[in-house]
Design a protein around this ligand. Structure first.
Ligand code: BGC
Length: 749
């Protein structure tokens, strides 16, 4: 590999799609593996055009041409700010997510953006993570299914989606250096599972590698992650782009499978030098350039729009918010409000100064902005009192005035939420509490008014335990996007029934969060010590008290579950059916959730895990049948020893319910397993040999039935011996000499 740029470039790959890259010099191909500027890729003559990437994930952040930096977050071209993933995820509505994705694709197209940098599909490991508002859930199944719907929507118009941040980017603290130290089973079952689902099911055009390290290796230099798993196992055929500035070593990144560095570090010569010195295979450079070319060809087929219907997209944002907000409690049916019959006080500055998105690279300049106060005022006679200052400074007169307004009302609706600077990319929170002045205001209002409803605005979970008793109703509005204000009014007034469900547990205390003792780590490492026990997997397995469980959410009606029917449809495949009926008085949607449950002791696993969900809208008195497919993968676990998924023979249950703690129907099933048996060796224990389908008979044949007798006459001694590796018996005189053990191993193999 010592050709000069003037010599013809040899075919660097057998891949025929790389043919016309042969025209490009090594320098040109190297230049394609880095951007041209902050948002654009590099062009190469007629062979590869430049394309534009843009944030994401819940609205298009298209910076004006003259803004060359990534830090000018406030001056992008107006675009619809849809509900961020914290809200959209809570809709559990894949059709809605797909439509939002398609609207994002259309706006991207109109703004000249070819690839949307989103959705963000990292798992919410701790409520403190500053970017939780950009992520869907603590559960990988829900994250994967919702993320796939957004990707499908964006790409339905030919615009590319770029799922991020791959992988294990679950905190902002030290995000550019920290090593997420995670065992492989936890990686496979929790942190990679949503990416795997989306890659396999939705075929995203691009994946963004994260800043952090995984078990000591930067994601952007991680060959196992980017090449063996992503491409080799999951069949990803798109482009891997770095997070902005995530590349530390161009050569190491390319060799690992990263195709495009953004933005450019102007180090293309490093690549050329490495190829010339024989440190980097030239085929690797050609392949990366080829993947950029493939991406440019894919997006060249995108539908091109001059603009979009701003009002229609605002309405879609409103519908999405309406479907996303979660009614946590509603005692004495305080909600919906009846403005004709009740005097209603709207309290809280956040009612008129809405908190509707978080800060950082996802920040969108909205096309419009609704406030709940304006929407409520337009619907009927309501009074307003600000109650507190947004900067958190105590203000007694404001509080007093609000208590007086509440005292003169039948119902007070109190808007509370996190300060704007608490919800952001780049740093984590250190507490999950609401500002103290807001809690004090709530107490003052609750003393003055008999009926109190709280509306929450927050991108990450806040603790409710301290003040829950002061509120008859709590509507968790998350960060609901630019039309959130009118969506909140729709739900408060009963124009629609709330239908969102929690995608993350609301704990009683921060200290109850399973990652608490290991978040955010120190000295460059964060140990994922809680393993697979993230969120409800921990709380439900251990029976911890929580404020509101995963999957929870109320409506203005009630649903009944009946008629569970489970049919085997194939080898390790089942169809699970049940009927859900609206037995209340209003049209509303139920989110029917399917969990698989294990109660065996070994191998230890969470007591149940979400494997399916369906959102169904029902008129009063009507019912519908809901069907889920359960597959072998749904009951499998990742065996590090096997290096693959495993299904153990035995029993498990399917549970259908309205939250992880409100299981209505349950059926036990058995599986024959997948036939996999562990290999036996000299260091396998006596117990492993005896239990093994091939090893047991061989061992008994050789040693006679002495163990059968021992199991009966001296069970303790027998159990003690079961734990001893066969090779260790050489000193114990029971006939298991090294030669005999070698014979046994040979025979069983
Ligand atoms: C963020 C990405 C974003 C990129 C471009 C990075 O700081 O982590 O999510 O897409 O910037 O703005």
């Amino acid at each position: 590999m010592s050709e000069t740029p003037d010599e013809p470039v040899p075919r660097a790959s057998d891949d025929p799609t790389l043919d016309d890259l042969d025209e490009l010099s090594l320098e040109e191909r190297a230049s394609l593996t880095s951007g041209a500027d902050m948002w654009r890729t590099t062009a190469a003559g007629d062979v590869v055009p430049a394309i534009r990437l843009g944030d994401g994930p819940h609205g298009i952040r298209r910076q004006p041409e003259e803004a060359g930096d990534a830090l000018g977050l406030e001056n992008s071209v107006p675009a619809t700010c849809f509900p961020p993933a914290v809200a959209l995820g809570s809709s559990w509505d894949t059709g809605l997510a797909r439509r939002v994705g398609a609207a994002l694709g259309r706006e991207a197209s109109a703004l000249g953006v070819d690839v949307v940098l989103g959705p963000g599909i990292n798992i919410k490991r701790s409520p403190l993570c500053g970017r939780n508002f950009e992520y869907f859930s603590e559960d990988p199944h829900l994250t994967g299914v919702m993320g796939a719907a957004v990707v499908a929507g964006i790409q339905s118009l030919g615009i590319g989606a770029c799922v991020k941040h791959f992988a294990v980017n679950n905190q902002e603290t030290d995000r550019m250096r920290v090593s997420a130290d995670v065992d492989e089973r936890t990686l496979r079952e929790i942190y990679l599972a949503a990416f795997e689902h989306i890659v396999r099911e939705a075929g995203p055009y691009a994946v963004m590698s994260s800043y952090n390290k995984i078990n000591g290796v930067y994601a952007s230099e991680n060959h196992w992650l980017l090449t063996e798993v992503l491409r080799g196992e999951w069949g990803f055929d798109g482009l891997v782009v770095s997070d902005w500035g995530a590349v530390n070593d161009r050569v190491a990144s390319l060799a690992a499978g990263l195709d495009l560095e953004m933005p450019p570090s102007r180090t293309d010569q490093d690549i050329v030098d490495a190829v010339r010195a024989g440190r980097l295979d030239e085929a690797t450079v050609t392949r990366a350039a080829g993947r950029l070319r493939t991406l440019t060809r894919r997006v060249a087929a995108a539908e091109r729009f001059d603009g979009w219907d701003v009002d229609a997209h605002h309405e879609l944002a409103r519908e999405a918010a309406r479907g996303s907000l979660v009614l946590l409690k509603n005692e004495h049916d305080v909600l919906p409000l009846d403005l004709a019959a009740q005097r209603v006080a709207v309290v809280g500055e956040l009612a008129q100064s809405p908190r509707y998105q978080g800060y950082g690279s996802s920040h969108v300049v909205p096309t419009k902005l609704d406030s709940a106060w304006e929407a409520l005022r337009a619907a009927g006679p309501v009074t307003f009192a600000a109650g507190y200052r947004l900067d958190g400074a105590p203000d007694e007169p404001l509080k007093r005035e609000a208590a007086e307004a509440a005292g003169a009302s039948d119902v007070a609706v109190v808007f509370l939420g996190l300060p704007g600077d608490a919800v952001s990319e780049g740093f984590d929170r250190t507490s999950i509490d609401l500002p103290g002045v807001q809690v004090e205001l709530l107490r003052a209002v609750a003393r003055a008014c008999p009926r109190v409803a709280v509306v929450l605005a927050n991108g990450g979970v806040v603790s409710v335990a301290e003040w829950d008793a002061e509120a008859d109703a709590i509507l968790e509005a998350w960060l609901p996007g630019q039309a959130g204000g009118s969506a909140i009014a729709d739900l408060l007034l009963g124009v629609a029934s709330p239908s969102g469900r929690l995608t993350e547990t609301i704990p009683n205390r921060l200290a109850d969060v399973p990652s608490h003792l290991n978040f955010p780590g120190a000295e460059g490492h964060v140990a994922y010590g809680e393993g697979r026990y993230v969120g409800y997997r921990y709380h439900d397995t251990l029976g911890t008290d929580v404020a509101y469980p995963f999957g929870h959410g109320l409506t203005y009606t009630r649903f009944e579950y009946s008629g569970l029917d489970v049919r085997e449809t194939g080898a390790n495949e089942w169809a699970v059916e049940c009927t859900v009926t609206n037995v209340g008085g209003r049209t509303a949607s139920e989110v029917v959730q399917l969990y698989v449950a294990f109660d065996e002791d070994l191998p230890s696993r969470p007591c149940h895990e979400l494997r399916g969900f369906a959102k169904v809208e029902l008129e009063p008195g009507t019912g519908t049948q809901v069907t889920f497919a359960v597959t072998g993968r749904d009951i499998a676990w990742w065996s590090t020893a096997r290096g693959g998924w495993r299904i153990d023979a035995g029993t498990f249950a399917v549970e259908v319910g309205a939250s992880s703690r409100d299981i209505r129907l349950r059926a036990e099933l058995t599986t024959p397993g997948d036939g996999y048996v562990d290999a036996l060796g000299r260091m396998s224990t006596l117990g492993e040999w005896l239990d093994h389908p091939a090893g047991g008979p061989i061992l008994r044949d050789r040693l006679g039935d002495r163990f059968t007798g021992m199991a009966e006459s001296s069970p303790a001694l027998f159990n003690l011996m079961r734990g001893i590796p066969l090779a260790k018996f050489r000193s114990f005189g029971i006939g298991l000499t090294p030669e005999v053990v070698d014979d046994l191993v040979a025979a069983v193999q």
